[in-house]
Design a protein around this ligand. Sequence first.
Ligand code: FES
Length: 109
Amino acid sequence: MKSIVFNVNGQSVTVEAEPEKPLLWVLREDLGLTGAKYGCGMALCGCCTVHLNGKALKSCTMLAVQADGAEITSRRQFAIDDDDDVLGKPLDLKEFLATVKRILERSGR
Ligand code: FES
């Protein structure tokens, strides 16, 4: 376990987390901030996006220990209601696959 200190939505928090635990799961499981969702786990869909020191990033592929000392803004801070947030809706596999297909087509793959 590693002690991690960061500022989340204006509040200083300290959590104990495994060094290999992604930031997304520390936010969701340890801090109860469920605005960031798990979708692909591969930095493709954006469901897990948070702002770290003012820059948007995918929290599914970033280790929580890498956020030590950082300022994090989650979707809750922006007062997005999970019930009417498009990215917050339960993942529909067909929609997800169509999104991945569009991304791959745009990137020329
Ligand atoms: S869960 Fe899809 S980008 Fe993180």
